[in-house]
Structure formats: C-alpha cells, structure tokens
Design a protein around this ligand. Structure first.
Ligand SMILES: [Ca+2]
Ligand SMILES: [Ca+2]
Ligand SMILES: [Ca+2]
Length: 558
C-alpha cells in the first residue's frame, strides 16, 4: 500500500448451498450442540439470548456467508472459528450432525447478523461436506462447511529464500487473458477504461497463466501478485484530480475470502499456482490484514462493536508518526493514532487487539495458503498493526508450514525503523515479531539518491553499515522500486542513467553499459554490495505495474 509521503487517495461471497439432511450418513449421528457456553458479560460487545422455541417462523434465521468456508483435518489450528453472516441469528444454537465435528463457543452479535462458533475437527475426518445446523426459536437453517484435502507439501508452501528473484505483478495491468470478466454485471462501463489510469484495464489471472513461460524465461523465480481479494466493482467520482477512480490495485477488500471477479475465480487462481509451480516459479500473495475497503459489508454492520477502530462516521486518520512505534517514551496518543488511525477515510482499520479479529485474520492467512498452495506472503502496511499480532501471525504460519515466508512492508527510509520489525530479535517491548523479512526501503532510497547524484556514492557504504542492526541482513528483501513508487523513484532507472552519464568519462574501462544492465543485474549488484564473499544480501525483487497507472517496462498489456 502507499506511503504517507506518496499521494494516494484512495470484494462476492461464495456460498455453497448444501442440503442439510442426510449428507454424512456414514459418520453416524451424534449431535453435538452448544448454544450458550460463552458466559454472558465476558464480551460486552456482543450478547446472546436464549429464546424459547416458538412454532411461528416470522423471522426465521438465514445464513449468507461463512468464513472460512472450509478447513482441514489435522491442522495446527483446531478448533477453527467460523464467522457466520446472516439474519435473525439471536439466540441461535449450532449442531453438528457428524462425529467428525464438534461445535462450541457460540457468540452472536447484538444485531443478530453475525455468529461465531468453534468447530473442532477430528484428525481422522475425511474431506467432504459437513454442514452444520443453526437453530433459533424462529426456525432453522444450514451453515455450509467443508473439509478440504491437503495439498502436497513437496510442491507447495516452499517459502522464499535469498536465492529467489521476485517479480511483482499488478494483475489488472499485466495481461488480459479473459475478456469475459472485463465488465461484471454490476459494474459501470467507466470502471473499465484504459484511457483512465485509475480505472480497471482488464488484466487478470488468465493473463498471468498465459505468460508463465515468458516469466520463467525472464529468469525470475517467484511472482508477487498484488491483492486478489474481491474489491468493489464501482467507480468513485469526486472533484479531485484522482477521480474518477476504482480499486484496480486490490487494496480495498470487500471479502477476505473471495477472488476479485475481474481477475477470475478460485479455480483459476489454483490453476495459476499449480502451473507456476510446475515451471519452478513460486507465488506470493499480497495480504492486507491492517484494513479493508470502506465498501466492505462489515463497515455498516460490524460483527462486533470493536471490530474496527471507530466507524465510518467517527474514526481517527493515521498521521503516520511512525517513529512513535519505536520509542517506549513516545506520546501515547500519537502511538495509538499510528496503530489505530485509518490509513485513509476509505480504509477502515481492523482492530487486531480484539481477539476475534486476530483469530479471523490468522485463519484467513492460513486458509489462502492451504487452499492455493502459495509459497509466501507480502504483508501490506505491517507496522500499523500491533507487534504482538505480527508475532502471532508469524508463529501460526510457521507452525503449519515450516518453510513459509512473510515479508512486511515497513515503508521507511531509516534502517533503525525497518530493523525494529524484522524477526529474530526482541524489541524493548519484549516482542520478537518472528517476521521473516522486511523490504529494504533504506537501501532503495539511498541507491536512488546516490545514482541520481544527490548524495555521494559513499552514501551506499554508509547505508550498509546499518546492516549491523539486523539480526541477519541476508533475510532482507531488496528491490529497485515497487508499485507505490513513481518511475522517477526507480533506483534501477537512476542507476542506468548514472551509468550512461559516466560512460564517456570512463571510456576505455570495462564497465557495465546500459544495454548490459537489467533490473536483475542491478538487484544483484545491490544484493552483493556489502559482501565481498559470494553470499547474497537478501532476496531480490523487481516489478511490473504500479499504483497510479504509470507504465513501466514490464507493465505490458498483451
Ligand atoms: Ca480480463
Ligand atoms: Ca470485484
Ligand atoms: Ca492499524
């Protein structure tokens, strides 16, 4: 996501309709039910009332969505906690019709629109459909739920290492492989307009699949795709220069469990990961736990009163006083604003200090990995979430997938800042985030300044001395630029210009020429600057596409 100094203004449920009766006859009938185990008063933000069963069904319960819609037997997270969206859920009890699942800890919100329930899964349970039954005094309905077969660990969940070269793709801006998804039924025509840099341009997952051999041929080993969560299909209109705009970049999720309909669907995403893996290419998902889009259904009907920090009408906006996150003596209000303030009025801030939110988001991260087989996560705006949450998320990832890798976006030019968030050491707060990697924004910045003549070249050497602040600088993710930086902020372009300008002066010497400099070569130079030996300093990343509609050399529309 964009940065405080970058000018920025700036999801369809899949519901399985399953019949309740007789779906799991082979597993016997031993209903386990729970309606009121959660003690009243523990949770002031929600309540549950047991209502006497009545024959009338004037307000029968209904279920519209279940997060997550599926899970696995033998998973490190057991029980899994479901968040069920519906109507008339007050006083609900939940029944399992199978010995494979046991339910407990039901919690319903004031409005009767959300229900939380723990589902314990027997380690020997087989993949398949395991619908739960929801009963109120007004009637009953079904909570669809399935157990997935686990993907092979030999080809999936491989993590990212210093040997990888990451290629960043903004799916909307890479390649249009399926024109049938360019105009969803509920989208205005203006939402898809290549003349508008802030509209959708038609790129999709099929376009990426079609070009996997091309990407392999580039020499990259991992693909980072900007968020594929479902985003709103409409167009924002305003009098500002950035309007009309859309959420083509994917950072305004309206559903943490759905694939953007303009990009494809879950089966297309799975195909992409499978075909990438077959070519030896890893896949990294861009996750955004810090915030959702203001069009998310939660915004007008939150599952709990403290689900977000504030409401659409009443919230603080982040003033990005990032330094307050590092000091034990920082002003408490500024510290809270940096953690709790909305990234913009359009990006409601999730409250990870509410245990239900933290649990929801950790399960969501693991669901995407387990469902698609991805190898890594790029976590957006990670510093604006509590460090205890970063630690808990990192631990959960590694417990289930030992090789799993997550890189955090800590957009700051100061290595004292970025190093504070990488895992492997404990901060003043007693927390080791266990975070595998952070992007090396400090080196990106210094490279840019050095290769544009704004600071002497020795500034690079001065920058690299801060490697001592990192428990292991080889875990950094170095990069030339990304989708949040302008082309003029490309360290690679600056380096190429620098070499061009010096060429006449260096005539007769053996030097790199512009033709010989590729982004990968540049990144290799950055990665090895600090190490005279053969070791590589960090994972390398290059890109395609950027926020704001600017075109870069790999931002192709095919
Ligand atoms: Ca398309
Ligand atoms: Ca959408
Ligand atoms: Ca936050």
């Amino acid at each position: 996501m964009a940065t405080p100094f970058d000018v920025r203004c700036w999801l369809r449920p899949t519901v399985l309709l399953l019949l309740w009766a007789g779906l799991c006859p082979g597993l016997g009938r031993s209903p386990d039910e729970n309606g009121n185990r959660f003690s009243e008063g523990q949770r002031p933000s929600a309540h549950q009332t047991a209502e006497p069963f009545q024959a009338s069904q004037t307000n029968p319960p209904s279920v519209a969505k279940v997060d997550p819609p599926s899970w696995w037997a033998g998973h490190t997270i057991n029980p899994v906690r479901l968040l069920v969206r519906g109507q008339n859920l007050n006083g609900a009890r939940v029944l399992s019709n199978s010995r494979a699942l046991q339910v407990s800890e039901v919690l319903v919100n004031h409005a009767g629109t959300y229900l939380f329930v723990n589902v314990s899964i027997n380690s020997k349970a087989r993949p398949g459909s395991y619908p739960l039954k929801l009963i109120t005094g007004q009637g009953s309905t079904t909570i669809p739920f399935t157990l997935q077969a686990s993907l092979a660990t030999s080809t999936n969940f491989q993590g990212i290492t210093a040997d990888d070269v990451i290629y960043l793709i903004m799916p909307d801006r890479f390649a249009d492989g399926d024109q049938s998804n360019n105009a969803p039924a509920n989208a205005p025509a203006a939402a898809n307009d290549r003349k508008n840099p802030r509209a959708y341009h038609g790129g999709d997952l099929r376009g990426v699949i079609n070009h996997l051999p091309y990407l392999k041929d580039l020499g990259v080993t991992a693909l980072w795709l900007n968020p594929w969560y479902d985003n709103w299909n409409g167009v924002n209109n305003c009098e500002k220069p950035w309007c009309p705009n859309t959420y083509y970049h994917g950072y305004h999720a309206i559903d943490y469990y759905a694939v953007e309909d303009r990009f494809g669907d879950l089966s297309t995403l799975r195909e992409l990961v499978e075909k990438a893996h077959a070519l030896g290419l890893k896949v990294i998902q861009d996750q955004v736990a810090n915030h959702v889009g203001s069009r998310h259904p939660w915004v007008t009907d939150p599952p709990l009163d403290d689900w977000f920090h504030g409401t659409l009408a009443q919230h603080t906006v982040n003033r990005f006083n990032n330094s307050t996150l590092l000091s034990p003596h920082a002003n408490r209000n500024e510290f809270r604003n940096t953690l709790d303030g909305w990234f913009s009025d359009d990006l409601p801030d999730m409250n990870q200090e509410e245990p239900e939110v933290a649990r929801y988001e950790i399960q969501n991260a693991l669901w995407w990995i387990g469902t698609t087989g991805i190898d890594g996560i790029r976590q957006d705006t990670i510093q604006y979430m509590p460090r205890s949450f970063i630690r808990d998320l990192s631990n959960a990832l590694h417990q289930q997938y030992p090789k799993m890798w997550m890189v955090g976006e800590v957009f700051d030019r100061d290595a004292a800042h970025t190093s504070f968030f990488i895992g492997g050491h404990t901060g003043w707060d007693g927390i080791d985030t266990k975070l595998d990697s952070v992007f090396d924004f400090p080196l990106w910045n210094t490279s840019l300044l050095a290769f544009t003549g704004k600071v002497p070249l020795k500034a690079l050497r001065e920058q690299l001395k801060y490697d001592a602040l990192y428990p292991d600088p080889s875990r950094l993710t170095v990069f030339a630029n990304n989708h949040d930086t302008l082309l003029s902020h490309s360290a690679f372009e600056a380096f190429r210009s620098f070499i061009t300008a010096k060429r006449s002066r260096w005539k007769g010497r053996t030097i790199l020429t512009t033709a010989a400099i590729s982004p990968a070569a540049f990144l290799e130079i950055l990665a090895t600057l600090s190490t005279p030996r053969d070791a590589s300093r960090g994972t390398k990343g290059c890109l395609s596409g950027r926020v704001g509609g600017f075109v870069c050399e790999r931002n192709i529309q095919r």
